[in-house]
Ligand binder design. Structure first.
Ligand code: NAD
Length: 421
């Protein structure tokens, strides 16, 4: 069971710190090391002007945070959302550190964000925002020290603009500065699909380990962006029944199973689930409470909370998003016997494939998609068992097992390196 911090409010940082405090307590990590791991190493805030299409100038605020460099260069996405805050970026950077350690790739955690609603800007304005933000955070990013990637509200095109801006400042192409780029400028085959595929590799392995019938799994996915749509697509391809999907405007539920490729095509043409002839339209709250075997929150943090977790009608929650469950949500789910496959394990496929992309860029030698997916699958399966074994050994839930595994690996590396000076 999680120990509760009475000051916990539903914020990503409160969640991340509460999880951390619980894990270091169990691990018995000493004061100095725990204090070092609890704080972000470097934090940069930038305020920068961008010219809008109507000729006016608007000032935007962005962040780039390095949580840890103990196990290697910092790695983490860049988020564009009106809700971005310094504390949210801190939490996401910290989770990246534990995630990279859980899947045992040689990175520390970072994260960035800009307070902006990308839906309210033209492509030209988004390019201006991205290029200026990339220039402002050039103090922090470089291929050996901090390699950004996409997150909510950003995509391969955003990464292309960052790569081009950084390359223009250096006078030569630097593809290894970002991952999640388009394939034609040094991106990796299979990166776009990696997070969603990784979620389903993990869910399938969890079913196998628990001796549950994966072929009969009924899946519901919240969020239909990069992670959610590919997760739903992969579940469909693996033969599961996808009973529910949703995006910010609401969801669709069909107990007989949704034909995901057909729905994708409808959404592409019409911009939403509205008008699709099968299933019934439901609200996001209904989606979180719908009857299924696996609920996959793949939108954003703080979705399964003290007020929503009790309604969950699934045997398993597999976290495609970062931080979708608050500590109180966790307690409720644990008490109900719902297995929670935690974010720092479940959605790590994205950073694993980003690591492959970075290695390919540095070597200028590119792999086939099959190689990427096979290696990704192997790492996700191995990591699931590392986490499962840790949680069995500590007689605790999978989240605490994953946190202890990740934090323990970072602490060990810190002790091996010693304290400078
Ligand atoms: P995205 O911007 O591509 O998609 C986000 C989706 O969530 C959209 O469909 C949006 O409509 C939906 N959404 C937003 N608010 C919602 C709400 N209140 N209710 C329901 N749906 C809502 O973002 P993404 O890259 O898919 O990231 C989603 C989550 O996965 C984030 O938590 C992100 O940090 C995490 N994540 C992403 C990656 C990656 O490789 N992109 C990797 C690991 C984790």
């Amino acid at each position: 069971m999680m120990t509760q911090n009475p000051q916990v409010v539903d914020s990503a940082l409160a969640t991340a710190l509460s999880q951390f405090d619980h894990a270091v307590h169990l691990l018995g990590i000493n004061g100095g090391t725990a204090a070092m791991l609890r704080a972000c190493k470097r934090e940069l805030t930038v305020n920068f002007p961008v010219r809008m299409d109507d000729g006016s100038v608007k000032v935007f605020t962005g962040y780039r945070i390095h949580h840890s460099t103990v196990r290697g260069p910092c790695k983490g996405g860049i988020r564009y959302s009106p809700h971005v805050s310094l504390d949210e970026v801190r939490a996401l950077a910290m989770w990246m550190t534990w995630k990279c350690a859980v899947v045992n790739i040689p990175y520390g955690g970072a994260k960035g964000g800009v307070i902006v609603d990308p839906k309210k800007h033209s492509l030209r304005e988004l390019e201006g925002i991205t290029r200026r933000y990339a220039t402002e955070i050039a103090l922090f990013i470089n291929p050996s020290g901090d390699i950004p990637a996409p997150d909510m509200g950003t995509n391969a095109q955003t990464m292309a603009w960052i790569m081009d801006t950084y390359s223009m400042h250096h006078g030569y192409s630097v593809p290894a500065i970002v991952t999640g780029k388009p394939v034609n400028i040094g991106g990796s085959a299979g990166r776009l699909e990696a997070t969603g595929r990784g979620v389903m590799f993990t869910v399938r392995e969890a079913f196998k380990t628990l001796k549950w019938d994966f072929a009969k799994a009924r899946i519901a996915v919240q969020g239909f962006g990069n992670v959610g749509s590919i997760t739903a697509q992969t579940a469909y391809e693996m033969g599961c029944t996808v009973v529910g999907v949703s995006d910010i405007e609401g969801g669709l539920y069909d107990p007989n199973g949704i034909n995901v490729p057909e729905l994708q095509a409808h959404r592409k043409q019409n911009g939403s689930f509205h008008g699709y002839s099968k299933g019934k339209l439901i609200s996001n709250e209904d989606l979180l409470a719908c009857e299924c075997d696996v609920l996959i929150p793949a939108a954003m943090e703080n979705q399964l909370t003290r007020s929503t977790a009790g309604n969950v009608n699934a045997r398993m929650v597999a976290e495609g998003a970062n931080g979708p469950t608050t500590p109180e949500g966790d307690e409720i789910l644990n008490a109900k016997g719902v297995i929670v496959v935690p974010d720092i394990l479940c959605n790590a496929g994205g950073v694993v494939a980003s690591y492959f992309e970075w290695v390919q860029d540095l070597q200028q030698l590119f792999w086939e998609e099959d190689d990427i997916t096979t290696r990704l699958e192997r790492i996700m399966i191995r990591s699931f068992h590392d986490v499962y074994d840790k949680s069995q050994q500590l007689k605790t839930d999978l989240r605490t097992g994953a946190q202890c595994l990740g934090i323990g690996r970072v602490a060990e590396a810190h002790i091996t390196r010693g304290l400078y000076p």
